[in-house]
Design a protein around this ligand. Structure first.
Ligand code: FAD
Length: 428
C-alpha cells in the first residue's frame, strides 16, 4: 500500500469543484484496498472513493481525509454464458472492448456516454445511457463490496444493501467487483436527427412519437448548446465529421431506432411524416445507419456535456464563487411539451443550455451565469425548480447524483427533504 502526495488534478472532477486531501492511494489489488481502509480507520480519518472523476457533481472530490482511487484496479473476466465480472476500476471503454472480443453478439445495454468512466463510478451513480433501457442497476447480477466494518459481502438485486450501494455515491462501502448482465445486440440500428425552428414544435414532435417500440432513444439539443458545440468543432476530429447545423434552428431531436432493417425503414418514413407535420424541415434531417456511422452523431450528443464543463471552467476562472448549475431534475410533467414550457415560463434571462433525455421526461437546463449577481439569480431558479419537483413527488436528482455540489447549491432546507439514509462515517 503506497500513499502518495495529492496533486491538483486529484481533487477535482467534471463539476469543476476543487477539494483537498492529505494523501491518495492508487490501489491495484483487493489487499491494497483492505489495508488502506484499515489504515485510515485506525487514524480516525475519512475516505473519498474515486473512479475516473468524470462525475458531474463533485462526488469524488475530497473534503479532507484520504482518497482511494480505483482506476488501477481494473481486471475483467467472463462470468456465466452472458455475463462478465469487472473490478471496479475497469472503464466502460475497456468493458466494451472485452465484450466485443469475447461476446461479439452481446452488448452491455445501458451504455452511458462517457467511456472513460469506471464501472464502480457508474454503479455508484446508477448511471444511464441515452437509450430507454434505463439505469445500470437493472443489469447487475452481483456486487462485491467492502464495508467499513472491513467485511466483504456479495449483494444481489432485491437485497436492501443492493439498493443502497447502487446509486449510493460511494457512501456505503467500496465496490470491489461487479457482475454485469449482457444482452443480445439488435439486428440493425439507425440514428436520425430532426431540426426545428421552434423548440415547442420539437417537443410536440416528441409527444407524438414516444410510444413507438422501435424507438430506443429520444434526445433534445437546444440552439444554445448546439452553438457552444459548433464553436468547439475543432476540439475533436470526431465532431468535425458531423455536418454543420444551420443557425436558424432552435432545436434538434436525435432519435435512435433498433430492430430489423425493414421495420426501421418503415419507422423512419413514418417519423419523417410526423416531423414534417410538426414543421421540421425534413430535407435537412440526418440519417446514419449502423453503429459505426451512428457513433459520429452520438459524439455530438456527448459533446454537449463536455462543452458545458469547459464553459464552467472558463467562468470559474473569472469568479471562483460561481459553481456548475445543472438542473438534473425528474419532475412529474406528463408531456415533453409541458416540460419544455415549464422551463421557458421562467423567461430565463441568464445564458443557458437545454438538452437531454426528452423522451423519458428528463432534460437538463444548464445555467451559465457570467457574473456573481447572475449566479445568485440562477441559484434561486434552481431552488424553485427543485421545490416544484419535490411538491409534485418527483426527484431533484435524476441521474448525476447529489455529490458535494447539489447539497451546496440547494442548501439545508431542500436537502433535509431528501437526505440519504444510513450512510457510512468513513466513506465521504
Ligand atoms: C462528457 C460526459 C458525459 C457523461 N455522460 C453520462 C451519461 O450518459 N449518463 C450518466 O449517467 N452520466 C454521465 N456522465 C457522468 C459520469 O460519467 C458518471 O457519473 C460516471 O458514473 C462517473 O464514473 P467515474 O468513474 O468517473 O466516477 P467518479 O466521478 O470518480 O465517482 C463518481 C461517484 O462514484 C463513487 N465511486 C467511484 N468508484 C467507486 C467504487 N469503486 N466504490 C464505491 N463508490 C465509488 C465516488 O465516490 C463518487 O461519489 C458524463 C460525464 C461526462 C464528463
Amino acid at each position: 500500500m503506497d500513499i502518495q502526495n495529492v496533486m491538483a488534478s486529484d481533487v477535482v472532477d467534471e463539476s469543476k469543484m476543487i477539494g483537498n486531501a492529505e494523501g491518495i492511494c492508487y490501489a491495484e489489488t483487493e489487499e491494497d484496498i483492505i489495508n488502506f481502509v484499515k489504515w485510515v480507520i485506525e487514524k480516525s480519518s475519512t475516505i473519498t472513493i474515486q473512479g475516473s472523476k468524470t462525475g458531474l457533481v463533485g462526488g469524488s472530490v475530497p473534503n479532507g481525509g484520504y482518497i482511494l482511487n480505483l482506476t488501477k484496479y481494473n481486471k475483467i473476466e467472463a462470468g456465466d454464458a452472458n455475463s462478465i465480472i469487472a473490478q471496479s476500476g475497469a472503464t466502460l471503454l475497456k468493458i466494451g472492448q472485452y465484450i466485443d472480443k469475447h461476446f461479439s453478439n452481446l452488448r452491455f445495454i445501458p451504455n452511458p456516454t462517457e467511456s472513460s468512466a469506471t464501472i464502480g463510478g457508474i454503479v455508484s451513480n446508477n448511471s444511464r445511457g441515452l437509450n430507454r433501457y434505463g439505469e445500470v442497476g437493472q443489469y447487475i447480477k452481483n456486487i462485491k463490496v467492502l464495508l467499513e466494518t472491513l467485511k466483504i459481502v456479495d449483494i444481489k438485486p432485491g437485497e436492501e444493501l443492493f439498493d443502497l450501494v447502487v446509486g449510493g455515491e460511494g457512501l456505503y462501502g467500496v465496490i470491489l467487483e461487479v457482475e454485469l448482465e449482457l444482452s443480445i445486440k439488435p439486428a440493425d440500428m439507425w440514428a436520425i436527427a430532426f431540426f426545428f425552428e421552434e423548440i415547442l414544435e420539437s417537443a410536440k414532435f416528441v409527444d407524438q412519437i414516444k410510444g413507438y417500440k422501435e424507438i430506443v432513444a429520444i434526445e433534445l439539443l437546444d440552439k444554445n448548446v448546439i452553438k457552444l458545440i459548433q464553436q468547439r468543432r475543432e476540439m475533436s476530429t470526431q465532431l468535425a465529421q458531423v455536418p454543420v447545423i444551420n443557425d436558424n434552428y432552435a432545436a434538434m431531436i436525435y432519435i435512435e431506432i433498433e430492430g430489423l432493417e425493414e421495420d426501421i425503414m418503415a419507422m423512419a418514413e413514418q417519423l419523417l411524416e410526423i416531423a414534417a407535420e410538426c414543421n421540421s424541415n425534413v430535407d435537412d434531417s440526418w440519417v446514419f445507419s449502423g453503429l459505426a456511422e451512428m457513433q459520429k452523431i452520438r459524439n455530438l450528443r456527448h459533446a454537449a456535456v463536455e462543452v458545458i464543463g469547459m464553459e464552467i471552467e472558463k467562468i470559474r476562472l473569472q469568479d471562483s464563487r460561481i459553481m456548475k448549475l445543472s438542473s438534473d431534475i425528474a419532475n412529474k410533467k406528463t408531456s415533453a411539451s409541458d416540460l419544455v414550457k415549464f422551463y421557458l415560463e421562467d423567461k430565463i434571462n441568464i445564458e443557458y443550455c437545454m438538452f437531454g433525455h426528452i423522451g423519458s421526461q428528463n432534460i437538463q437546463v444548464n445555467l451559465l451565469p457570467k457574473t456573481y449577481l447572475e449566479y445568485i439569480e440562477s441559484v434561486k431558479l434552481m431552488k424553485k425548480w427543485a421545490k416544484d419537483a419535490i411538491k409534485e413527488g418527483g426527484k431533484i436528482v435524476a441521474e448525476q447524483g447529489y455529490g458535494k455540489l447539489k447539497p451546496y447549491i440547494y442548501g439545508k432546507e431542500i436537502m433535509m427533504q431528501v437526505e440519504q439514509q444510513n450512510r457510512s462515517v468513513v466513506f465521504q
